[in-house]
Design a protein around this ligand. Structure first.
Ligand code: WTA
Length: 657
């Protein structure tokens, strides 16, 4: 593969000097590139010593582990810290509450400004215990899966940790998913319990959370109990004895609940994500390894120190929220910000008001938000005091150099470190990233592997590793790391097929990657049928199956199209059944919103007479992508199309839609 495009000149950004000045800033955990290199080498050459020591330093174990790591990718039986026993909620709450009960654990910045609330470690411990007792009183047991469909309120954090406290497995569903999606996840995980709220608030709008849960549960006869937190107080349908109020139940419980000590490899949670095929996969993360990954990356990637205020703007329904709002900051005994609103509510200054108000030291968001705010102009940033910031991070999709430079200059004022962090739901925690006080960055590159991560660039066709420094191929990982997902819930074979079998002996990320002459990694985006819309993962197959559920649709093909703000957006092509009359495109969009959620809605739908197919009937999405991208001149070899004439018709339809 050609590597010519890697030779493009890029601007180097050395670590800002002030970050290394210990008279104004804390002494960094890693303060030079040499130190990073040395530690990375040690982590690869002697993983047992490296991870063993770290696990004892960062986590509190009830029973020590004997075996640091066992199993391998090929057999799909990776395990970490076997024999070890611990409890995640103890590690995230009790041990800090015992030391410093008045330290703020959570700063809740609610949708409406000036309604923020602080929760100390002491309070969090009592709240978690009370709610853990509620769960127990209603029959939730160790190993049960509990669905959580909650807005961004502190009680959502309490719900996560209460599950962890009693050894139940949380399965959080992002509250932007529709009732159909929620139902699918409840059924797949066999959850008999759901935790939700009456309503949510976001950007001044109401989200009818309980109503959506009720719709979802019409098809879930196994669900025994729904715990409803009162967020807005509006009247909502309530069905006794299935539904119970959070506030009434916690009243009945003691604020003490001994943590259930679990094995390191016992599951902590399931989180669904989209893959190449239709049905979302429930990735399963285990307690010891995941928690170590969360704690370790938070400390080093963001150079976290005691007294810092850490602000991750993600939603708790995604992996970024799990790891960098909840488990990472709390495992370190830190103060975490829970932000309920949007970057533009009530104005595009909101993020910066929040940074200034709470004196946030590390700020973490997605490129889509950065691009949006850049469009609104720097005056919204400039009027706020952002001097508390040291590290500003980006995650979820490739960040274009223009957005990177703006983030660095306008938000970071050239005195912060920008960390472009690459990882996935499957990896549990960050795997490719700069270290804020050690790495010279290049805008658009996630730079180098984190400690313990052994990257390989493979030739996608032959599966062979490209060993030259300059390389272009697909990104794979050579050896296990603690926070990797252990399986797909109830479908281990799918786990093996997706990640372990494509390239024997490697974990396959599904992303294309380049490595430049200095060894920097450049993530190119998905090489499979996954679309990344504003950092939300969707599969083409998922969108297509949603469209096909509409009574008029015969066939559908979805593609990802470049979007200036969202990175990608969805376009879909459909053919209609005969006699389907005048089908309105709006109804088709509504169908996708209904089956997946509003964030998946296609930006454009083209109704066409036929789709480009190979003679064996496979839809050639490549052709559709090129037509939409205005590259109809470069469609490549069309001889495999069963009806090459269709191409001209498609070009015409796209032009006129
Ligand atoms: C993409 C989000 C480029 C990538 C934590 C990956 C990125 C998918 C970056 C995982 C980044 C994430 N640069 N691409 N810094 N971070 N991605 O599971 O395609 O929601 O495979 O996890 O997002 O998305 P997921």
């Amino acid at each position: 593969m050609s590597t010519d495009h890697l030779k493009v000149e890029v601007k180097l950004h050395p670590v800002p000097k002030c970050l290394l000045d210990s008279s104004i800033n804390p002494t960094p955990h890693v303060s030079s590139f040499e130190q990073y290199k040395k530690l990375h080498e040690e982590s690869i050459n002697n993983p047992t010593k490296f991870w063993g020591e770290l696990a004892n330093e960062l986590l509190t174990w009830n029973t020590p582990f004997q075996t640091v790591q066992s199993g391998c990718f090929e057999h799909g039986d990776v395990a970490w810290f076997r024999e070890g026993q611990l409890n995640a909620s103890y590690n995230c709450v009790d041990r800090h509450a015992l030391k410093n009960p008045d330290k703020v654990a959570i700063i809740y910045e609610s949708d409406e400004p000036n309604q923020d609330r602080k929760i100390t470690y002491g309070e969090l411990l009592r709240d978690v215990c009370r709610f853990a007792n509620v769960l127990k009183a209603h029959g939730v047991k160790k190993g049960d899966t509990v669905a959580i469909y909650m807005p961004m309120v502190p009680e959502a954090v309490v719900a996560f940790l209460a599950c962890a406290r009693i050894g139940a497995v949380h399965s959080v569903v992002f509250a932007g998913f529709s009732s159909d999606s929620l139902r699918g996840r409840i059924l797949d995980a066999s959850s008999r319990f759901v935790i939700t709220a009456d309503e949510g608030r976001r950007g001044g709008r109401t989200i009818y959370t309980k109503k959506i849960v009720d719709e979802a549960l019409l098809g879930c006869p196994e669900v025994e109990r729904v715990f409803v937190f009162r967020r807005t107080g509006s009247p909502v349908p309530f069905s006794s004895p299935r539904d119970v109020w959070w506030h009434e139940e916690v009243e009945k419980q003691r604020p003490h609940c001994p943590p259930e000590i679990v094995n390191a490899e016992d599951p902590l949670f399931i989180l669904y994500t989209s893959g190449s095929t239709g049905k979302p996969k429930g990735l399963l993360h285990t307690t010891g390894g995941y928690l170590l990954g969360a704690a370790f990356t938070l400390k080093y990637v963001f150079d976290y120190h005691e007294g810092d205020v850490y602000g991750c703007m993600a939603d708790i329904g995604w992996i970024t929220g799990h790891t960098y709002i909840i488990y990472g900051p709390l495992a370190n005994g830190g103060t975490t910000v829970l932000f309920e609103s949007t970057p533009v509510y009530p104005s595009p200054s909101r993020y910066w008001e929040v940074v200034a108000k709470h004196k946030i030291t590390q700020f973490y968001t997605a490129p889509t938000a950065i691009r949006l705010l850049r469009k609104f102009g720097r005056e919204h940033v400039d009027k706020h005091d952002l001097s508390s910031l040291r590290v500003i991070g980006s995650v979820g999709e490739p960040i274009n150099p223009e957005a990177w430079e703006w983030y660095n200059e306008v938000v970071g004022r050239n005195v912060c470190s920008v960390v472009d962090t690459y990882w996935q739901t499957e990896t549990g925690s960050i795997i490719v990233t700069p270290l804020p006080c050690a790495t010279t960055t290049k805008p658009g590159s996630a730079t180098f592997p984190f400690f313990g991560i052994d990257l390989a660039v493979l030739n996608p066709e032959t599966g062979e590793e490209i060993t030259s420094t300059e390389a272009e191929g697909v990104l794979a990982i050579r050896r296990p790391w603690p926070s990797m997902a252990r399986t797909v819930y109830n479908d281990h074979n799918r786990y093996l097929d997706t990640y372990m079998r494509p390239y024997k002996g490697y974990y396959f990320t599904g992303d294309g990657v380049g490595r430049d002459c200095d060894g920097y990694y450049w993530i190119r985006g998905r090489v499979d049928d996954v679309i990344n819309v504003a950092g939300h993962r969707l599969s083409t197959a998922e969108i297509e199956s949603a469209l096909i559920m509409h009574s008029s649709v015969a066939e559908a093909a979805a593609i990802g199209v470049k979007d200036d703000i969202k990175g990608q957006c969805v376009h879909a092509f459909t053919t209609l059944k005969p006699d389907s009359g005048n089908t309105d495109v709006k109804d088709l969009v509504a169908q996708v919103r209904q089956s997946i959620g509003p964030f998946a809605a296609p930006q454009k739908i083209y109704i066409v007479s036929d789709l480009p197919k190979t003679r064996s009937g496979k839809i050639m999405r490549r052709v559709l992508r090129k037509i939409v991208d205005g590259e109809s001149e470069q469609l490549g070899d069309l001889t495999t199309l069963s009806d090459p004439k269709i191409v001209d018709t498609l070009i015409e339809v796209v032009k006129n839609t």
